[in-house]
Design a protein around this ligand. Structure first.
Ligand code: PAF
Length: 276
């Protein structure tokens, strides 16, 4: 695996690649990331991953400084997964001057749910992804469905800017108990790790209610919030939304359940596409 730390080195190395397939990450890689790399491999002629903890997508009180940085094991995992090129710029290499020119995704998507609770988050994400796209110039890029709203914001950005990049969604990778893998799971205590699957179970309960014919979405959402609160969580939202744009669904439209909740000091997110 070739490791490039600068944009110039990366571009020189990828000069002959006709169809780079790209998986952007912030490192601290787990099986979920590695599954995305494996998914990307047959889609291009060079598999490229990036590791960059993007300051722009963290609020001042969030965990930018403490976000786990696990360079050696990340490299080992990427090599084992058959990644060809790792782009790992430092802040000076990717943001040599303050990044004042930013991508502002459509507020209708970017200011709700995650964007409501983490203002500016999708500006930070779309800006860095746009910049990484300019560096790697992929023809295909794979993003996990675990970050459902992020995947939608990236798809929308790519469509609106007519970027010649196919965006592929990778299924959420879950532990045996159903917990969605996340770098932030590492913050959980042993007791919290056992409890964490309850977020996914709350989404499952919402799906069950819908499938059994219940149509009062607000009541289903309120029950899910209450069930987590009763277990000591602090939920930000548990909602049933239209898959197409994450707005309120009309009867018969495909639905996704999305949830974000804090367990102790760790904020977890998850989602579930529901076929009724
Ligand atoms: O999902 C992530 O890890 C990050 O948001 C991404 C897409 C790598 C941008 O920093």
């Amino acid at each position: 695996m070739y490791i490039a730390h600068t944009i110039a080195d990366l571009r020189a190395h990828l000069a002959t690649a006709r169809r780079p397939a790209f998986v952007p990450t912030m490192g601290n890689l787990h099986e979920g990331h590695i599954a995305l790399v494996r998914q990307a491999r047959p889609l291009g002629d060079a598999t490229v991953a990036s590791i960059f903890v993007n300051r722009l997508q963290f609020l001042p009180h969030e965990d930018f400084d403490t976000y786990p940085r696990t360079w050696d094991s990340d490299c080992e995992k990427l090599r084992a997964a058959g990644c060809d090129v790792l782009f790992a710029p430092d802040e000076q290499a990717l943001y040599p001057e303050p990044q004042t020119c930013k991508v502002h995704p459509d507020p209708a998507l970017a200011d709700i749910l995650e964007g409501h609770f983490r203002p500016g988050f999708f500006i930070g994400v779309c800006t860095v992804v746009m910049k990484l796209f300019q560096c790697v110039q992929p023809r295909v890029a794979v993003f996990g469905k675990k970050d459902y709203q992020q995947l939608m914001a990236i798809r929308h950005m790519v469509r609106q800017f007519a970027l010649p990049i196919e965006i592929v969604g990778g299924e959420t990778f879950r532990a045996d108990d159903g917990l969605a893998l996340s770098s932030r799971n590492g913050y959980l205590s042993e007791a919290e790790s056992a409890e964490a699957v309850q977020l996914s179970m709350a989404l499952q309960a919402m799906a069950t209610a819908l499938r059994s014919g219940e149509r009062d979405l607000a009541a289903i959402e309120a029950r899910a919030m209450q069930s987590l609160r009763a277990r000591g969580w602090q939920p930000d939202y548990l909602v049933l939304r239209r898959r197409a744009d994450l707005l309120t669904p009309s009867p018969g439209e495909p639905i996704v359940a999305l949830g974000a909740a804090r367990l102790g000091s760790t904020r977890l997110i998850d989602n579930l596409e529901i076929d009724t």
